[in-house]
Design a protein around this ligand. Structure first.
Ligand code: GDP
Length: 387
C-alpha cells in the first residue's frame, strides 16, 4: 500500500449481460484463494462462515485482489461500477476513482450500445481500457465456427473497439490506448468456464484457438477444466492490468488536469499531480454504504496526503467540517483497520455521515479553496409569481 507503484485501481464495465458480474466473481474467487496468504487464512474462512450463517451477501464497494507478476506482488483494487447505465452520473463517478477499466464484450453479440457508452465515459475520464472478449465458448457451441471464422469474428470486435477509441480518446492517448492482441491488451476467454489468455500467454503456454474448439467439441467435459487450469482467466486479466494500467502516481499526472474542477494553481493540486503522501489530504468518495456492523462507510480514493483517524477534514459539497473516526483498507472483501492510508489508495472511512457519494474531502486548511471532483448541480424550480 505504501509502495504506490504496486497498486492498480480498476473497474469492470460492459453492456448488460456481457459478463461483468461473472468476471468479477471469477476474479474474487481466485483472490479468495490468494488472499489468505496476505490476510490470514482464518480470517477469510471466518468471514465466509459468518456470511453463510446469516444468509446475507455483503456487496462490497471495493474488493482488493493480490496478484504476482515476475515474483513481485501487486494490490489490485477492483471498484464496483453500477450494473446498468443510468443518467445519474454514477458510472462516471466510479470511473473517476479508477485508472484502468476491463471492457467486457460478448463474443457473439459484439460491441453494443452500452459498450459504446461506457467505453466513451472511460476515455472521457482518461481511464485506460483493456478489452476482454468473453463467451468465446458460444462461438463454438452456438455458432459452430472454425478457427479461421473465429479469428475473423474476434478481429472484427477488436476493430470496432479500436474505432471507438479512435473516435473518443483524446489525441495524446489514442495510439497508446488502442487495444492490440499481439501486445497483450486483449484477453480472449470464458468467464463462466474460468479460462482465458492473451496472445503472449497463449504463445508461452503453447495454446491456440484450436485447443479451445477441441475442448468444446470433445465429449470429454474435463477438457474445459484442463483449459481453466492451464490458462486461468484471473491470471490473464490481472497480468494485463498490472502491465498496462498505470500505477496511481503515473495516472494522476494526466488524470487530475482532466477530472479536477476548479482552481488549478495551488499546493493541493500540485500535490495531487504527484500523488504526494506528505501533501494536504484530498479524497473523492464514490460510494456510501450502510454496513450492518459499522454504520455508514464511505469508500473512495485518496488523491493526495495521508488519511489518519482523528483528523478533521472539510467536505466541499456539504460545506461542513467532519472528523475521520476510523480508516481501513480492503483485504479481499474484508475491511482491515489501518493506521494511515497514503495517496493513490482506495480507503474505507467511518465518521463521514454528512458526506454523499460524489463528495470531495480536503484538508481543513483548504476549506476556502474553489474546486472539487464533482460539484452539486442544483435544479432550479420554476418560479410562479401571481401578479
Ligand atoms: P452482466 O449483466 O454483465 O453482469 O452479466 P452476467 O455476468 O450476469 O452474465 C450474463 C449471463 O451470461 C449469465 O447467464 C452468465 O452465466 C452468462 N455468461 C457469463 N460468462 C459467460 C461465458 O463465458 N460463456 C457463456 N456461454 N455464458 C456466460
Amino acid at each position: 500500500m505504501k509502495d504506490i507503484e504496486r497498486v492498480r485501481n480498476i473497474g469492470i464495465i460492459a453492456h448488460v449481460d456481457h459478463g461483468k458480474t461473472t468476471t468479477s466473481d471469477t476474479l474474487l474467487a481466485a483472490a479468495g484463494i490468494i488472499s489468505p496468504k496476505v490476510a490470514g487464512e482464518a480470517l477469510a474462512l471466518d468471514y465466509l462462515s459468518v456470511e453463510q450463517q446469516r444468509g446475507i451477501t455483503v456487496k462490497a464497494a471495493n474488493v482488493s485482489l493480490y496478484h504476482e507478476v515476475d515474483g513481485k506482488g501487486y494490490v489490485i483494487n477492483l471498484i464496483d461500477t453500477p450494473g446498468h447505465v443510468d443518467f445519474s452520473g454514477r458510472v462516471t463517478r466510479s470511473l473517476r476513482v479508477l485508472d484502468g477499466s476491463i471492457v467486457v464484450v460478448d463474443a457473439v453479440e459484439g460491441v453494443m450500445t452500452q459498450t459504446e457508452t461506457v467505453l466513451r465515459q472511460s476515455l472521457e475520464e482518461r481511464v485506460r481500457p483493456i478489452l476482454f472478449i468473453n463467451k468465446i465458448d458460444r462461438l463454438v457451441k452456438e455458432l459452430k465456427l472454425g478457427p479461421q471464422e473465429m479469428m475473423q469474428k474476434l478481429l472484427d470486435i477488436i476493430k470496432s473497439v479500436n474505432d471507438l477509441i479512435d473516435m473518443y480518446a483524446e489525441p495524446e492517448f489514442k495510439d497508446k490506448w488502442m487495444v492490440n492482441p499481439t501486445q497483450g491488451t486483449v484477453v480472449f476467454g470464458s468467464a463462466k468456464d474460468k479460462w482465458g489468455f492473451t496472445l503472449p500467454i497463449a504463445q508461452k503456454k503453447g495454446i491456440n484457438m484450436k485447443n479451445v474448439i477441441d475442448a468444446y467439441t470433445s465429449s470429454d467435459k474435463n477438457k474445459i477444466n484442463e483449459l481453466a487450469s492451464q490458462v486461468p482467466i484471473h491470471e490473464a486479466l490481472l497480468d494485463a492490468v498490472i502491465k498496462f494500467v498505470p500505477n496511481p502516481r503515473d495516472a494522476q499526472k494526466y488524470r487530475i488536469p482532466k477530472i479536477w474542477k476548479g482552481d488549478m494553481d495551488n499546493d493541493l493540486v500540485k500535490s495531487m499531480l504527484n500523488a504526494d503522501p506528505n501533501g494536504p489530504i484530498v479524497m473523492m468518495i464514490n460510494d456510501m454504504k450502510v454496513d450492518p456492523h459499522a454504520g455508514l462507510v464511505a469508500t473512495g480514493r485518496v488523491f493526495s496526503g495521508t488519511l489518519r483517524s482523528g483528523e478533521e477534514v472539510w467536505l466541499v459539497n456539504a460545506k461542513s467540517p467532519q472528523k475521520i473516526l476510523q480508516v481501513s483498507i480492503y483485504m479481499g472483501q474484508l475491511r482491515e483497520l489501518a493506521d494511515e492510508i497514503p495517496a493513490g489508495n482506495i480507503a474505507a472511512v467511518l465518521g463521514l455521515d454528512k458526506a454523499r457519494a460524489g463528495e470531495t474531502l480536503v484538508d481543513i486548511n483548504f476549506k476556502n479553496l474553489q474546486g472539487s471532483f464533482e460539484s452539486l448541480h442544483y435544479v432550479s424550480e420554476p418560479v410562479v409569481t401571481i401578479a
